[in-house]
Structure formats: structure tokens, C-alpha cells
Design a protein around this ligand. Structure first.
Ligand code: GLC
Length: 611
């Protein structure tokens, strides 16, 4: 019963006393954390709880990916953007592992300071090592890894790559590319493990390497099976072109690698720019919703390619129709990557108009948030700095050198000229790709297109040769072969392609050696010294007419920073085991030429000599 006292003052005094006593007696009970923050709960429950707290705008933000240059941490957090990416070569200054980690942490600090505190997920193209980062280990591109035909090696490379990526904070890798390259004119042939589904399917082992046994394990990063589906089958090898094949053919050739990646639990799938029988894959409702998510049971999330929805109608920029059609076709996250406010506004309008069902928005959010919880981003949003030192580590470089050795394909060896003795007379080295880290690494290295010259740290093919020979053996280098004469016991010419990426690498015309290489080779041949040709290229080259003049031919593909692996084969420290992942044409007019198509190649799929 409450006793009312005579005066207000007294009542107030009593009231204050009562409050004071209560406070003194019953400690303040902190509000329980929201369920989604409780890591002991099932992920599905955490997702449900979080989504129940999210507005439509919050959910649209999670479906939006912006390039780092379009949204700094403050802007990204203010807009509620769920994902950031670095496009090829988009790096902090200085371009060091520490600076990357600091940049990543700045985005996460801003993101988790927002009311719901949803961490971002940050994607990069670490397609042959953490290739945007100066000093990172650059592994052979996929075509060389396909030549190893060693899924276990590719898994180990995935693990090493994940350590370097995680060491810079980044938690999502737009890799592996599981394309099946059917026409070597395609500028992305080197991103393919092989021309038939077998090797790309086997090399889905990269997913396991990148993601580890559990996504929240140390150094695990989300992998991406790309580009779904049929990117390597376009007519003429046109990048972003049209894959004209019936469904049976599409399923037989291009789908198996994605099935393998899904069986390995790949967390994301990136859609291809290309079209299937004239329909843009980014509006591929049947192949994405029915086949990928339905029939194959893919439970991760689907991301667009860079400005890919802009290209649906063939006009610059994106429209409400393109936003609606791609999201309704099953795209869960859009790599906008610049006009993110416009994208968010258009998608919101489409939802509010009932043209994009709320169920679609919720399904996309459920998929994205599930991966963020599984990655442990809510518990550990910041860089694990204990991994930063793995970037470019000696251990990883040794693994890369092993991969270079295994990727070498010996195609000709007249008179068993190879392996060369490490002593016994002078050796001449020539060719534009002998002493050039950039050329031997290819595209997607430090910059999007890659570039010639000392673009990062590593061992050139020439340096590897110099290190391999006995101390008393003289190695002379001249890029164009000037100075060669009969006093040398052998000449090694390292020739081939200079870096390119994507459509820049399409070769609708000739596929042979350039004039510089031809001139260098002619100079060497005039000397009468035996000539060993090493091709550094992202694809087979049209060299049948030149081959008779060569005593030996070694296909080195795009070996990356550890060029010493090639000397390991040239001087017999490793007996070559590589085999062709792509049929080697007898002439460019044979393209596309693939195993079993009845044409007579210079060297067949699977060919490779040893000592
Ligand atoms: C590129 C490529 C894709 C890459 C993406 C982000 O255009 O097609 O492979 O992951 O953009 O850089």
C-alpha cells in the first residue's frame, strides 16, 4: 500500500530516495544483445533476426557492391552498402599489404559503427595469387595450372592465395575462373584450366583451397565460381560474345565445373557477360533461378560482373528495366560499381512498384547475410594481422616455383638437346620475355591489363637460368640476340606475348609471334647454334611454320613471379611432366580447334614430352 505524505516536497524526497534505493539494490540490467549478435545461435536464426530488424533500404544496401574509388568508408557506411570491391589494379597508396589491411579495416570500422553494424564483404580478383598487391606471390595463370593436371597442387595454391588475401583483410576472391575455353582467340583463354570440362572440373579444387574446411577458419576467404555460364564458348572467341550451342551442349561442356564448385561449397557465383543463343546471361532466369539455384541447389549468392547490367540493352548506363530484369533473373548482388545511389534508388522504386517481389529481396539478403555470418565477419570484422607476413613469403614463392616446374610442357626436343648441362660452355639467352617480370606474369598483375617491366618483385626466367648454371658457366643475354656466334653451346630464346586481359586479348586475326621475336630468332638461327624456344603466352601460338628451325620447344604459359621454375626444367632438376590443356593448332585458321573435333593439330590435347 502506498503511503501518501503531507507535502509535495516530502513526496518528491521520498520518490527520489526510493529511486536511489532501487538503483543501489538492483544493479542496472544491460539489455540482452540482439539474437543476430549471438554467435552460439544457428546462422539461419541469426539471419532471420537481423532481417526482421532491417528496412527495405537496408536490404537494398546489402545487394549493392561499389568500387572503393566510388565510395570511401564513410560514404559506404552512410549509404548502407553491403560490399566493396577493388577492380583490377585498384590499390591503396602505398600498394603494400599493410596499407591494404588498413584500408579494409577502415571500411569495416565504418560499417559496424552503423546502427545494425553489418560488416561489409570486400572482393578482389586474386586470380593467380593476390595479384593486385605489390610483392605478393604471383602463381602461374590457370592455363599453366591446367597443364599440371594436378588438382592437389591447385588446392594448395588456393590455400596460399587465401592466406595472402586474408592477410590484407580481404574476405572474398573472385576466383576460380572455371571457364572452358573453346576458341584460343579469346582474350581470356589463359584464365581457363582447359578446353574440355575435365580439367576445369578437377581444378574446382581451388575452391576448397580458398574457402578452407570452414568459411570461418583461419585465412578462409569466400570463393567465386565464374563466369556462369558458357563464357569460354562464344562464337569466334569474342569476349562477352554469344555462345551458340543447344542446351545439351551447354550442359555437357560448360556446366560441369560449376557443379563441381557447388559440390565443394563455393560461396558465390559470378554471372558471365556473354549471351546464350542471343540472351544475355545477366537476364538468364532459367539458367540462374531454375538450373543454378534450383537443379544444382546453389545456396550461396550470385553476383553480377562489372557494369554487366549496363550491357543488357547494349546502351551506356543501366535502366530500371535492367535492374529489375537482372534481380528477378536471380542476381543477388550487383557490382554496380560506381553509380550505387542511382542503382539503389531504381531497385527501391521497382520493389515499391511491385515489379520486384519483396520475396526476391529477402532471398538475396538471406543468401548474402548467411555468407557474412559463416565467414565470421560479425565476430571478427578486422584483418588477422598474423597473416599479413605471408604476402610474398618464401614458402609461397617455393610453392609457386613448384607450380611453374609442373606447368612446363615440352613439345620438341631434337637430339635430346634438353636437359642442358649446367656447365661445359657458354649459353646465350635472348627474347623480350627472358628478363621481364611483367611479361612472364601476364594480365591481372598489379594492374588490370598487366604490363611489361619490373612491375613487382620476383625472379625472371633469365635470372633463373643464371642461378641454375654452374659458377663457371657464362650466360650472355641480349634481348634481340645481338652478339650471338658459334662459340656458344646453345641459345635460349624466350618469346611470345605481352600482357593483356579480357577483350584486349582477343586475337581475331593472326596468332603467331610478333616481328621482334621473328627477327631475334632469325639472328640466333643464323649463328648455327642449337636454338631452344621458350614460349611465354596465354594460349597456344601459330608457330608450325617456324618449328622446323627450332631444336627444342618448351611452352611456359604465364608462369608468374617465380621464373626459376623454367630453369629447373631446362637444366634437368625437374623432368617435364606438363601436358597440353589446349589443343595446339597447326594454323590459326583451324580455330576453334578442340580435342576430338576431327582436325589435325600440330600437337594434340594432352601431349607433352619428358626426358
Ligand atoms: C571483370 C571481369 C571479372 C572480374 C570483375 C571484377 O570485368 O570480367 O572476371 O571479377 O570484372 O574485377
Amino acid at each position: 500500500m502506498t503511503r501518501w505524505l503531507g507535502t509535495t516536497r516530502s513526496r518528491l524526497a521520498l520518490a527520489l530516495t526510493a529511486v536511489a534505493c532501487t538503483a543501489a539494490v538492483t544493479p542496472a540490467v544491460a539489455a540482452a544483445p540482439p539474437a543476430y549478435r549471438d554467435a552460439t545461435r544457428p546462422v539461419a536464426d541469426r539471419v532471420d533476426d537481423l532481417m526482421a530488424r532491417m528496412s527495405l533500404q537496408d536490404k537494398i544496401g546489402q545487394m549493392t557492391q561499389a568500387e572503393r574509388l566510388a565510395a570511401d568508408p564513410g560514404a559506404a557506411a552512410a549509404a548502407g552498402i553491403g560490399s566493396i570491391l577493388s577492380g583490377g589494379g585498384s590499390a591503396p597508396t602505398p600498394n603494400t599489404a599493410e596499407a591494404w589491411a588498413d584500408m579494409y579495416d577502415a571500411y569495416q570500422r565504418a560499417a559496424i559503427a552503423a546502427p545494425l553494424g553489418i560488416p561489409i564483404i570486400y572482393g578482389v580478383d586474386a586470380v593467380h595469387g593476390h595479384n593486385n598487391v605489390h610483392g605478393a606471390t604471383i602463381f602461374p595463370h590457370n592455363i599453366g595450372l591446367g597443364a599440371t593436371n594436378d588438382p592437389g597442387l591447385v588446392e594448395r595454391i588456393g590455400r596460399a592465395t587465401a592466406e595472402e588475401v586474408a592477410g590484407t583483410g580481404i574476405d572474398w576472391d573472385f576466383a576460380p575462373c572455371l571457364c572452358v575455353a573453346r576458341n584460343d582467340r579469346w582474350g581470356r583463354t589463359y584464365e581457363s584450366f582447359g578446353e574440355t570440362p575435365e580439367r576445369p572440373t578437377a581444378m574446382a579444387s581451388a575452391v576448397t583451397g580458398l574457402q578452407g574446411s570452414t568459411l570461418d577458419g583461419p585465412a578462409s576467404v569466400l570463393a567465386t565460381a565464374k563466369h556462369y555460364v558458357g563464357d569460354g564458348g562464344t562464337t569466334g572467341g569474342d569476349d562477352q560474345g554469344n555462345t551458340e550451342v543447344d542446351e545439351a551442349g551447354l550442359r555437357a561442356v560448360h556446366l560441369p565445373p560449376f557443379q563441381a564448385a557447388i559440390e565443394r561449397g563455393v560461396g558465390s557465383v559470378m554471372i558471365s557477360y556473354s549471351s546464350w543463343n542471343g540472351v544475355k546471361m545477366h537476364t538468364g532466369d532459367y539458367l540462374i533461378n531454375d538450373v543454378l539455384k534450383g537443379e544444382l541447389g546453389f545456396t550461396g549468392f550470385v553476383v553480377s560482373d562489372w557494369q554487366a547490367i549496363d550491357k543488357i540493352d547494349g546502351q551506356e548506363g543501366f535502366t530500371a528495366d535492367e535492374v529489375r530484369d537482372s534481380v528477378n533473373a536471380g542476381l543477388d548482388m550487383i557490382m554496380v560499381p560506381n553509380e550505387y545511389q542511382e542503382f539503389m534508388a531504381l531497385l527501391r522504386a521497382e520493389v515499391e512498384a511491385g515489379r520486384v517481389p519483396m520475396e526476391r529481396i529477402d532471398d538475396a539478403n538471406r543468401r548474402i547475410l548467411t555468407k557474412k555470418f559463416e565467414l565470421g565477419l560479425f565476430e571478427r570484422p578486422f584483418t588477422d594481422r598474423s597473416l599479413t607476413g605471408t604476402v610474398g613469403s618464401a614458402e609461397h614463392r617455393e610453392l609457386a616455383r613448384e607450380a611453374v616446374r609442373e606447368s612446363q610442357v615440352l613439345l620438341k626436343n631434337d637430339g635430346n638437346l634438353l636437359p642442358l648441362a649446367k656447365d661445359g660452355g657458354k649459353i646465350f639467352v635472348a627474347g623480350k620475355n627472358a628478363d621481364d617480370i611483367g611479361n612472364q606474369s601476364g594480365g591481372w598483375t598489379i594492374s588490370w591489363q598487366g604490363g611489361s617491366g619490373p612491375i613487382t618483385s620476383g625472379t625472371t626466367i633469365l635470372r633463373g637460368i643464371q642461378q641454375a648454371v654452374s659458377p663457371g658457366t657464362e650466360v650472355t643475354y641480349d634481348r634481340n640476340g645481338n652478339g650471338i656466334d658459334g662459340s656458344y653451346r646453345a641459345a635460349i630464346a624466350v618469346v611470345g606475348e605481352t600482357p593483356y586481359a579480357e577483350g584486349e586479348g582477343d586475337r581475331p586475326e593472326g596468332m603467331g609471334l610478333d616481328e621482334e621475336d621473328q627477327t631475334t630468332l632469325a639472328r640466333l638461327q643464323e649463328s648455327g647454334v642449337p636454338v631452344i624456344v621458350v614460349t611465354v603466352s596465354g594460349r597456344p601460338l601459330d608457330i608450325a611454320a617456324d618449328l622446323p628451325e627450332w631444336d627444342a620447344l618448351l611452352a611456359a604459359w604465364l608462369p608468374g613471379t617465380e621464373g626459376a621454375g623454367i630453369a629447373d626444367v631446362l637444366f634437368g632438376d625437374h623432368n617435364p611432366t606438363g601436358t597440353l590443356p589446349m589443343t595446339w593448332m597447326a594454323g590459326a585458321d583451324q580455330q576453334p580447334i578442340n580435342d576430338g573435333d576431327g582436325q589435325k593439330p600440330l600437337f594434340p590435347y594432352g601431349y607433352g614430352l619428358n626426358y
